[in-house]
Design a protein around this ligand. Structure first.
Ligand code: HEM
Length: 408
């Protein structure tokens, strides 16, 4: 097969196979050619990787550079105004998600101590408190209530703000602007303006913390003399954005998925011991952070194809996690499944730094929500739930829910 796939409108995002499955064109591509040449809308040639083994191998191979999509700014080539590809993008200080070793290693190493499993376990009790407080507030509201606004977004925002030492009262600045980078059809200029608004705020904050450190993660980082204020700002931005947008979408979309699979939900309610596995399965099944970009620094052989040096490579974690070669009946949500090995937190040197934190938040979040709202239900027909196909992280814009009574 020598055909190059063409997606003149950019990669398909419409969920034509249901809200939780990959777009059918992506599934077809994985079935026919899991490492496939691709022509981008601007005409330049690249590759798209959709098979589980190939994606995993690619993510573990540092010949595929991460200096490709300006990291969490998610400014891929479909974005109007993006400069031509085929060369590494400029580095933004501190945004180590878009750096390669050794720059990446130097910065990530400063944070690994703060995100160990042990440190995260110590936070667990506090996270449970945050969840319970938020749920308590929700019980006082008259349904229907938007679960995103009252639960899914505040919980991770409160947790990451407290961990970093960012005043939660200032959340408007980062919540509104961070949505801008994650929106797909926003011009580069506008994204950069939103980035400027948040980083202006964060630069002041880290400068203050450097002068008078407090008891929080950003103050600890600010104590490192070898980090510049620009780097501290970039790191804070990355942690703040990655720390709230992702988990918020998992809590909301995960709840939607469970409500749409009542038999799975009933099993989970009957045996809360299933929850840790169910969280992994929801992570796999939903893969909210789907598309990542890499750049081949040399010719690399992958699944029998040669990806030439200089190629832009698009990776679909969602397609990989729905690969039947790795997971039986992958388009089925099964809370009993052993889903470990899913790629939803990435793989290799960039594997998600906050994954333990995210897991604790999701376990506490779903456990609390299911316990306190035994009759939780959608307040609108499922096809009226607005999906985030217009965003770089998948989820729901709002999730109107209702209930008949609450439990203590
Ligand atoms: C990296 C997903 C929660 C911080 C990543 C990557 C993925 C991911 C796929 C790899 C990116 C790549 O290879 O280019 C998720 C999902 C989450 C989540 C699905 C929630 C369910 C969090 C949280 C934090 C966080 C709570 C909090 C601090 C980061 C950071 C990186 C990262 C700093 C960059 C790591 C590096 O480049 O070395 N995440 N993440 N994430 N994540 Fe998460």
């Amino acid at each position: 097969m020598t055909e190059t796939v063409q997606f003149p409108q950019g990669l398909p995002t419409e969920r034509d196979a249901g809200p939780f499955n990959p777009p059918s064109a992506i599934t077809r591509l994985r079935e026919t050619r899991p490492v496939s040449p691709l022509t981008f809308p601007d005409g330049h040639e690249g590759w798209v990787v959709t098979g589980y083994d190939a994606v995993r191998q690619l993510l573990a191979d540092t010949r595929f550079s991460s200096r490709q999509d300006l990291g969490v700014l998610h400014v891929p080539y479909e974005t109007p105004g993006m400069p031509a590809a085929t060369e590494p993008s400029p580095q933004i200080p501190g945004l180590f998600i878009a750096m390669d070793p050794p720059d990446h290693t130097r910065l990530r190493r400063k944070l690994t101590g703060a995100f160990t499993v042990k440190r995260m376990r110590q936070l667990e009790e506090h996270i449970v408190e945050v969840v319970e407080r938020q749920l308590e507030e929700m019980t006082r509201l008259a349904p229907p209530v938007d679960l995103v606004e009252h639960f899914a977004l505040p919980v991770p925002s409160l947790v990451i703000c407290e961990l970093l030492g960012v005043p939660y009262a200032d959340r408007e600045t980062f919540q509104v602007n961070s949505a801008k980078f994650l929106e797909k059809d926003v011009e580069l200029d506008e994204k950069m303006a939103a980035y400027g608004a948040i980083t202006g705020y964060l630069a002041e904050l880290v400068t203050r913390k450097r002068a008078t450190p407090d008891d929080d993660l950003l103050s600890d980082l600010a104590r490192h003399d070898d980090l510049t204020v620009e780097e501290l700002t970039g790191i804070s931005f990355l942690l703040l954005l990655a720390g709230h947008e992702t988990t918020a979408n998992m809590l909301a979309l995960g709840t939607f998925a469970l409500l749409e699979h009542p038999e799975q939900l009933a099993e989970l309610r009957a045996d809360p011991g299933l929850l840790p596995d169910a969280v992994e399965e929801l992570m796999r099944y939903l893969t909210i952070a789907d598309i990542f970009y890499r750049y081949a620094t040399e010719d690399v052989e992958l699944a029998g194809e040669t990806i030439p040096a200089g190629s832009t490579v698009v990776v679909s974690l969602l397609a990989a996690n729905h690969d039947p070669a790795r997971f039986d009946a992958p388009d089925t949500l099964d809370v009993h499944r052993r889903s470990r090995g899913h790629l939803s937190f990435g793989h290799g040197v960039h594997q998600c730094l906050g994954q333990q934190l995210a897991r604790i938040e999701m376990r506490a979040g779903f456990t609390g929500l299911l316990r306190r709202f035994p009759s939780l239900a959608l307040a609108v027909p499922a096809d009226e739930v607005e999906l985030k196909t217009d965003m770089n992280i998948y989820g729901v814009h709002a999730l109107p829910v209702t209930w008949a009574g609450t439990a203590p």
